[in-house]
Design a protein around this ligand. Structure first.
Ligand code: UN1
Length: 477
């Protein structure tokens, strides 16, 4: 079934010439949706609608906002099976991963339904007698959300839910490869009674994103995507003093020490490296292994990687789906060639797979015996391609973990309390995972990295209020 999508502007589903196509990466002969592509003029209309809706929405009772978010969460949850299947068809993650992501999106809305009611201001004692001092948290204004294809419902949810909870209005531009999932979310938000203009969706390509970034009516920008695009957005935002928050790439190290439980270490690496086809900014893409466990670990991980069932996202037996789109697929294969040319040894996978349906399938790849300076250890691949580096001890592992431009998530697998505690403090990353995969985070906990991975206040959980509100300080005499 091919859906025809619309924009959503000022409470109206706005059709257009459906020139864009969303393709099922598990079967590229299948069209998931056709969609219209917006332009700068349409972004301007959407921003205008969001500006007009702002006074009403930001001053509405928090109960009104909470009720909307709760209803959106419940509706997503009730339709999790269908939405999960749509997501798996459009993005290529497995049905279980797709449904899990939909449930995450639902729970994010429910969490922020609670946050909307919470009191985020403070009262302070004045140094002057008879004066009251209080801080309030007010909406920032119209927020522009630019979201990636790898979490096509959870990331729009984790930006939109706090934005709405705290009284902002929204213009969302979802990633080009996954418009149908974002459209389904927008339709639910409207169906649940969002007032016209509170939540606007503009579909399209990079020019829509740029029009949002450069629009003087957008007060804040939240972006998740590549570092290159993010750097440009930050510059443009700072130039016109718009608030900006960005989540970008990672080259997340997973350190495996000699004293680790081997089976556990392998299971953690398998999950962090290959699940969701490695298409997570938090993926464990470089594994740093100490000498004493190295050979056993690499052999066991290679064997498990070879055993993973790659297939159509909707086949319940599939463990690893296809790459989400052609460009990503080519990038995975390009990095395979780069790694081999630089001297890496392919311990498993990396082959293009011809299955029953034509899709972007490759076998999960483990590239062993790599040198820390190889490009495969510095650049984000965003696919099921994992490298290993051998080091002599913990100190060398930590040193390597701290190299590179990124600093999103870092993991360690060890039974040593001493090393786990030291790593937690000394590793340069926004998130540290001890005996857990670097990817896979809770929906109610702050999220974000350091260095080139993130910029601006943290997303999610109790931290989301920082970005989506501005503080007003009131003295009363
Ligand atoms: C996760 O690891 O559960 O785009 C979430 C991404 C991240 C989210 C990862 N912003 O991959």
């Amino acid at each position: 079934m091919t859906e025809t999508l619309t924009h959503f502007i000022n409470g109206v589903a706005l059709p257009g010439d459906p020139v864009g196509t969303s393709i099922n990466p598990s079967n590229i002969d299948e069209l998931v949706a056709r969609y219209p592509k917006g332009d700068a003029a349409l972004v301007d209309t959407a921003v205008q609608a969001a500006q007009d809706a702002l006074p009403g929405w930001s001053s509405a009772s928090p109960e009104v906002r909470s009720d909307l978010l709760d209803k959106v969460g419940a509706t997503i949850m009730a339709r999790a099976a269908d939405l999960g299947a749509l997501l798996a068809r459009e993005e290529g993650k497995t049905l279980a991963e797709g449904t899990g992501e939909v449930m995450r999106a639902a729970r994010i809305f429910k969490y922020f339904a609670g946050e909307a009611l919470r009191r985020h201001g403070r009262t302070l004692e004045s140094t002057r007698p008879g004066i009251d001092v209080a801080t309030y948290r007010e909406a920032v204004g119209v927020v522009g959300l630019i979201t990636p294809w790898n979490f096509p419902i959870a990331i729009p949810a984790w930006k939109a839910a706090p934005a709405l909870a705290f009284g902002n209005t929204i213009v969302l531009k979802p990633a080009t490869p996954t418009p149908a999932t974002a459209h389904a979310l927008a339709a639910i938000i409207h169906e649940c009674g969002a007032p016209p203009g509170v939540f606007n969706l503009v579909l399209g390509d990079g020019d829509v994103g740029r029009a949002i970034v450069d629009h003087p009516g957008i007060d804040a920008l939240s972006f998740t995507g590549s570092q290159t695009v993010g750097a440009r957005i930050a510059e443009a935002a700072v130039r016109r003093q718009a608030r900006v928050q960005m989540e970008m790439g990672g080259k997340n190290p997973l350190v495996v020490l000699d004293d680790a439980d081997l089976d556990r270490a392998v299971a953690i690496a398998l999950d962090g490296g290959f699940f969701q086809t490695g298409q997570r900014c938090t993926a464990s893409s470089r594994i740093i292994v100490t000498d004493g466990i190295h050979d056993r670990f690499v052999a066991a991980l290679a064997e498990r990687a070879r055993g993973l069932k790659v297939g159509h996202a909707l086949d319940p037996a599939t463990q690893v789906g296809p790459a989400a789109h052609a460009e990503q697929f080519e990038q995975n294969l390009r990095y395979m060639r780069i790694a081999v040319d630089e001297g890496g040894r392919v311990a498993a996978g990396g082959d293009v797979l011809k299955l029953d349906t034509p899709g972007y399938y490759m076998s999960p790849a483990l590239i062993a015996d790599t040198d820390p300076d190889m490009r495969i250890n510095g650049e984000e691949v965003f696919g099921p391609v994992v490298s290993t580096v051998r080091v002599k001890d913990y100190d060398a592992a930590l040193d390597l973990a701290n190299r590179g431009d990124f600093g999103l998530s870092a993991g360690i697998v060890t039974t040593s309390l001493h090393h786990a505690r030291h790593f937690r403090r000394a590793v340069r990353a926004g998130m540290v995972m001890v005996n857990l995969p670097t990817a896979g985070v809770d929906y109610h906990v702050p999220f974000g990295g350091s260095r080139k991975s993130s910029y601006g206040p943290r997303e999610q959980g109790f931290a989301a209020v920082e970005f989506y509100t501005q503080m007003k300080i009131v003295y009363t005499g």
